[in-house]
Design a protein around this ligand. Structure first.
Ligand SMILES: [Zn+2]
Length: 321
């Protein structure tokens, strides 16, 4: 029987919601292990835990060490780039990131530098010039570690692509995750041959979003949840293409056997796959999952590329029209 195999490339397992805390208030028990077992049962077989600051990257690594199927990133999110200057010594801060990345790589856990990039929708957290300076600085980290990059880009595609272009020789590949841009943004990103596009619920909200997604070649796609954020809501354009669902309950009525309403979690990456298949009119979801799995291994798990290639041969290549 055919089986779906997926890698959720973006899970914020360091978020307090996975400790049962919402807006500072404890609503239920910490439940990462429950969330993970639901993901493994749904066909997820690896997860990349995202780190968005030095502190969070340390936590992400500690979480990744608890299960052989968990991996993580080390880096500083565009909205957190003030932390370099606020540390009092940006160079020491950079060195701390570098040694954490080294430690995590030695443990076989760190698979990318990130998340880093530019976010002009949230300049209130960090001004553009600081974002640009430390986005560029993190290419140095990727280059020194020979790691791909896990990138975040919001409303900044021109500056983002300029910086990428300038650093092309230090960029071995990566993903622009949580893509919500226009057709023009998509084509700009796709012009970098070793850059992939990561899709989640936020990428599939409107019919315009679906039109943009439709023309991303399957060979350049990755899927993610960005849990606990970016779930596919009933009101979203993509939701009519969802096929799988899980029982859900409000956080106040927490039950281990149900997902929490309003909290995204990695098993739901399956729905992202289904919506992407639906909007690209691909009927063979199985084979689409294998192509996307292969893409993800190519960038983040190159040592396992052979097993991903075998899976691809078994399932045949997904095609889109
Ligand atoms: Zn992001």
């Amino acid at each position: 029987m055919a089986t779906i195999r997926m890698i959720d490339i973006a899970v914020n397992l360091t978020d307090s919601m996975f400790k049962g805390i919402y807006n500072g208030k404890q609503q239920h028990i910490a439940d990462i292990s429950t969330v993970l077992s639901r993901a493994w049962s749904a066909g997820v077989d690896r997860i990349i835990v995202t780190g968005g600051s030095l502190k969070e990257s340390k936590e992400a690594l500690a979480i990744a060490e608890t299960d052989a199927r968990l991996f993580c990133t080390v880096g500083v999110h565009p909205t957190r780039c003030n932390e370099f200057d606020e540390s009092g010594d940006p160079e020491t801060h950079f060195q701390a990131l570098l040694s954490l990345a080294k430690e995590g790589m030695d443990k076989g856990k760190v698979v990318a530098i990130g998340e880093c990039g530019l976010d002009y929708d949230r300049l209130q957290f960090c001004p553009a010039d600081v974002q640009k300076k430390y986005f560029e600085k993190q290419f140095e980290l990727a280059h020194m570690m020979k790691l791909p990059m896990f990138l975040h880009m919001r409303a900044a595609s021109e500056d983002f692509c300029d910086i990428l272009q300038r650093n092309e020789d230090r960029f071995t590949g990566g993903v622009a995750h949580s893509f919500t841009g226009s057709a023009e943004d998509r084509d700009r990103l796709l012009s970098f041959s070793n850059l992939y596009i990561g899709l989640n619920g936020c990428s599939l909200k409107t019919s315009e979003n679906l039109d943009v997604v439709k023309d991303i070649p399957v060979e350049r796609l990755m899927i993610e949840t960005d849990s606990p954020y970016c779930e596919i809501k009933n009101t979203h354009a993509g939701s009519k293409l969802v096929k799988s669902s899980w029982p859900s309950k409000k956080k106040e009525k927490y039950d281990q056997d149900s997902i929490v309403k309003g909290r995204n979690e990695p098993c739901l990456v399956r729905q992202v796959l289904e919506v992407v298949a639906g909007c690209k009119s691909i009927s063979d979801v199985d084979s689409l999952s294998k192509t996307i799995y292969h893409n993800t291994c190519r960038v983040f798990f190159p040592h396992d590329l052979d097993s991903a290639a075998d899976a691809l041969l078994d399932g045949g290549q997904a095609t889109s029209n």
